[in-house]
Design a protein around this ligand. Structure first.
Ligand code: ZN
Ligand code: ZN
Length: 137
């Protein structure tokens, strides 16, 4: 899924706490994947008193708006979040748990062929490779 911003930026209509959460995920940059706990820790520094439940609700809203992407990697327990951007795959290190972006997307032709063959309407896909990262060898 490719998200394009049109007209007013959707974050303008968000509650202030949600805007803060969006800024935190956005500031982490492409290729970083923050857990809700990490986002919460950063949010607390900027807005003492913010609740963890608010962080979870904010992430859910931001995800629904297409502003952040949720990354699930099997074995890592929690979902992580990254700013929405071009489609890409992920690599998860089975030793240290690091999650890295991989510049790969299933070709549209393959997705269309699978959709036709199975009569699915495919809306998104997640590709996660596993193995050892460069540091773990
Ligand atoms: Zn590793
Ligand atoms: Zn990513």
């Amino acid at each position: 899924m490719i998200f394009t911003l049109t007209g007013a930026h959707p974050s303008r209509r968000l509650p202030k706490n949600y805007t803060l959460i969006y800024e935190i995920v956005q500031a982490s940059g492409i290729g970083r994947h923050l857990t809700p706990a990490e986002i919460y820790a950063k949010a607390l520094k900027r807005r003492p008193g913010i609740g963890l439940a608010t962080v979870y609700r904010g992430l859910e809203r931001l995800r629904a708006l297409g502003l952040v992407s949720e990354v699930y990697a099997q074995g890592s327990g929690a979902a992580t979040y990254e700013p929405s951007g071009p489609r890409h795959a992920h690599f998860r290190c089975s030793r240290c748990g690091a999650i890295e972006d991989v510049d790969y997307a299933i070709p549209a032709r393959t997705i269309n062929a699978l959709a036709a063959r199975h009569r699915f309407a495919i809306e998104s896909e997640r590709v996660t490779f596993e193995g050892r990262c460069a540091a773990c060898g």
